[in-house]
Ligand binder design. Structure first.
Ligand SMILES: Nc1ccn([C@@H]2O[C@H](COP(=O)(O)O)[C@@H](O)[C@H]2O)c(=O)n1
Ligand code: CDI
Length: 158
């Protein structure tokens, strides 16, 4: 038996914040604003995994009104989501994340991002795809006002 889920998230780019994407800190002029570390790609991935089992969404499990999650490392949220999936008897098949951003360039960091997500999820690195695209200077991502991410996750019953 297989199930799939998809996720989408957006965070605003601001000055004086660190930029965390796929669990790694990237050098950049701006960072993403959020209650947590605002790792937009991990949030989309959490929603994809939760969606695969119709387990609501990241804000349901980790509310942004809870001081516990202020500045939270999103890797810990992803780890908890994976625990929830496995506790129900499911295993993660593969995940595919797309980041939409005009800058910075993610290409030099993709392998490190994949390895980081694989380590957090406790899956093989070849089960983790991370891709990046600009939106050709169009829309809020094109104007560098924010970064968006989508993710798809496939899970299976071993
Ligand atoms: N922030 C980004 C955006 C894109 N890339 C890489 O560049 C390639 C071309 O981007 P287009 O939007 O023109 O298709 C893309 O395939 C990525 O490999 C990136 O590294 N960082
Ligand atoms: C991750 C949480 C955790 O507090 O905070 P934010 O960093 O604001 O991120 P968002 O994608 O808006 O959704 C869920 C939140 O609950």
């Amino acid at each position: 038996m297989f199930r799939i889920g998809q996720g989408y998230d957006v965070h605003k780019l601001v000055e004086d914040r660190e930029l965390w994407i796929c669990g790694i800190k990237l050098p950049h002029t701006h960072g993403l604003l959020g209650h947590s570390d605002a790792d937009v790609a991990i949030h989309a991935l959490c929603d994809a995994l939760l969606g695969a089992l119709a387990l609501r969404d990241i804000g349901y499990h980790f509310p942004d009104t809870d001081p516990k999650y202020k500045g939270a490392d999103s890797k810990l949220l992803l780890k908890e989501v994976c625990r929830m999936i496995r506790e129900r008897g499911w295993e993660i098949g593969n995940v595919d994340v797309t980041i939409m951003a005009e800058a910075p360039k993610f290409k030099p960091h993709i392998d490190e991002m994949r390895q980081c997500l694989a380590d957090v999820m406790n899956v093989a690195v070849d089960a983790v795809s991370v891709k990046a695209t600009t939106t050709e200077k169009l829309g809020f991502t094109g104007r560098k006002e924010g970064i968006a991410s989508t993710a798809v996750a496939l899970i299976y019953e071993p």
